[in-house]
Design a binder for this molecule. Structure first.
Ligand code: ZN
Length: 275
């Protein structure tokens, strides 16, 4: 079984300070939090940035640079930049894809339309295809975000059409109120659909975080943690630092006997480059 890759999703685009005072908002806070996660054992940082006035997500490349540049200088993290924009506001395609100019190793690609936060997060077939082709052109590997079975079907079809290239990397998002539930059966169903050489990781949203993470640990999948997906360390207790989540997964993985991948080991597992 491969070593465990831990992704830290630092802030996302939607969780406001009114929900938790600990959510990183400024480029400095996002950078600092990602560094702490790297020190704790994360090998991938999944990055959104926030508009300082509205506090919600933005695809402003100048703000991304203020996170990407110091992280490249100070860490060897694999950077996974979001192409989601802001679910519900549905930004134009080119605005969502502008982050690819920063040449990250990974970029998220949402493989279908879903309700998020009660609003439609629109990913048309045209968007998904345009994004997949652009990623391919730029040599950026997609992190395929799968909220439901239909998105898996879409990715497998795109693989058949050579719009997506093996080996694929999937991120299963389980436990949103509008998508696949955070249950072992839902995870098994998606995992059974994987192409043979694909790598996969899980996001257990909210209360699904630990149960789904433990399934992935045992099944050979990888784990994403962070305040984008879950703001509670345990029931009724807000997490104060993203690195607390990373530290907990590292402790459990060590006890379990599955090693945690360094960024370079993660690059080899995900076939990102010849390292
Ligand atoms: Zn995200």
């Amino acid at each position: 079984m491969d070593k465990l890759i831990i992704t830290a999703a630092i802030t996302g685009s939607r969780i406001h300070r009114s929900k938790t005072p600990y959510i990183p908002i400024t480029p400095g806070e996002i950078t600092q939090s990602a560094i702490e996660c790297w020190e704790a054992g994360a090998s991938i940082a999944h990055i959104h940035v926030r508009d300082s006035e509205t506090q919600i997500g933005t695809q402003d490349i100048k703000l991304f640079k203020r996170v990407v540049e110091p992280l490249r200088e100070e860490t060897d993290l694999i950077l996974c930049l979001t192409t989601s924009g802001i679910p519900g506001l549905n930004l134009p395609t080119e605005e969502r894809l502008r982050v690819l100019d920063l040449q990250p190793e990974l970029a998220s690609l949402d493989a279908g339309t879903i309700l998020l936060g009660g609003q439609p997060f629109i990913n048309t077939p045209e968007f998904i295809e345009t994004a997949a082709l652009r990623l391919k052109e730029k040599g950026v590997k997609p992190e395929l975000e799968i909220f439901d079975t239909g998105m898996m079907t879409t990715c497998l079809r795109m693989r058949d059409q050579d719009l997506l290239e093996d080996p694929l990397f999937f991120q299963f998002v389980l436990g949103t109120p509008w998508g696949a539930p955070g249950t072992p059966k839902a995870l098994l169903h998606l995992q059974e659909m994987l192409p043979p050489d694909a790598a996969w990781s899980v996001i257990g949203i909210g209360r699904a975080h630990l149960p789904i993470s433990m399934m992935a640990l045992a099944m050979g999948g990888h784990i994403r943690v962070g305040m984008e997906d879950n703001i509670y360390y345990r029931r009724g207790e807000l997490v104060k630092r993203n690195s607390q989540f990373v530290e907990r997964i590292v402790r459990i993985a060590n006890e379990y006997g599955r090693g945690v991948a360094t960024p370079d080991e993660a690059r080899r597992i995900l076939k990102l480059s010849e390292v």
